[in-house]
Design a protein around this ligand. Sequence first.
Ligand code: NAP
Length: 483
Amino acid sequence: MNSPASHVDPFDLVIFGGTGDLAMRKLLPALLHRYVDGQIPEGTRVIGVAREQLDDDGYRAHAREALGERPQLDAFLKLLHYRPLDARKDDGWQAFAEMLDAEPGHVRVFYLSTSPELFEDICNRLGSHGLNRGQSRVVLEKPIGHDLASASHINDAVGRVFDESQIFRIDHYLGKETVQNLLVLRFGNALFEPLWNAGHIDHVQITVAETLGVGRRGAYYDRSGALRDMVQNHMLQLLCMVAMEPPASLSPDAVRDEKLKVLHALKPIDGRNAMQLTVRGQYRAGVVDGQKVPGYQEDLGGKPSDTETFVALKAEIGNWRWAGVPFYLRTGKRLAQRVSEIVVAFKSVPHSIFDATVPLAQNRLVLRLQPDEGVKLWLTIKHPGPGGLRLRHVPLDMSFAEAFGVQQPDAYERLLLDVVRGNPTLFMRRDEVEAAWRWADPILAAWAASGEAPRPYAAGSWGPTAAVALIERDGRTWNEDSE
Ligand code: NAP
């Protein structure tokens, strides 16, 4: 992991889908921030590609509207260019190749911010027009397939043109400051690692809760659902970061080898146990943030659907370190609060010498990914002052962003620059993506075979009551410390 301000030479970044939502809402703002920070040198070219007939000025006008008034915007917009191309047709590709060849020394990044159905066509054309030359890299956005077979198909197609070392499968959760802080907390301190095992950790919770519904992404989402959209990628990646063994170094393959071992060690959830270990839900109308909102099927325009907008599940990792430690995962749309966090709950002390009527709370390490990224360690302390030994459970704030006076960069800022530098540590390797699907596919198959519809939950709640029961059956509760 490099410092966000380390130097890069001028580069070419081609964004396929350059007029799309992701490009306008995430990629261009991230690049602008890095530019303002002085990290993107003059001479860099950011080239938007889509079918819409625009010229450079037209694209810059689109970008200006999306970015709003910002410092140094005019200078940044000069880096932007545009080429109208259809991924499925050859017209214009030769001229596009000549445009890139004008800067033979530039690192070339091809960012595929389009539907994955186009990945194969785009890569084939990049190959047949000789665009994979010099230092080229390709970035793949999620979703990489909708099951193991389709993911392998995409990986084969991309792999026919690009070497695995050139392929950057992005999972923006891995670019979050807190996730990297987890690595440093675990492996840069002597304090945690001796406790980081089944002997001392009671359980782990990973929550990715959204208050938003499916919005305009309904058609896409309805073919996907929460397990494919969130669990198979982001949440399993987070689980891997918590559970992996210490890698020998931060080299890309050392880290990814360790994550892969965790994925391989996940105990299967399939037709035999899926109904006990998983809960699927779908939101109905309700109230979120004081606003009445419609249900999922109304969001789809009245279309009946069995797609889950909520999943809770209990995973286990079958290895020495984690035997018997449940990892509870839950994610959903239209939930009570927007929060993504990892909670590592330590075992209680074996015996309390204090007032036996007051149970001692568990120590919990809470890594908050959004909103308000940060890390808190919940400790029991003595309430200061006189009045006897009154115990209090308080958070020790370990985020330090304010103390260091830094603004936390958006995950895309770091990841885009990592691609330019050619550092794939925080990107998923092919075998990781496929191992994650290998674990997720039997869950999807078990749900399909059961014929059961997802359980309804009111928008603005924490999901179906069965999700509460899933963890409470084990004598535990979902984390509620919102401090
Ligand atoms: P989007 O708004 O629908 O944009 C799609 C882009 O692809 C547009 O620029 C579109 O422009 C272009 N395009 C479509 N067909 C094309 C073709 N045949 N040749 C060349 N360009 C074509 O989609 P998005 O929301 O930006 O998402 C892009 C990808 O990122 C998807 O895979 C999505 O799942 C993933 N993703 C998105 C988000 C997000 O927040 N939006 C988050 C994570 C992942 P034209 O129609 O003019 O060609």
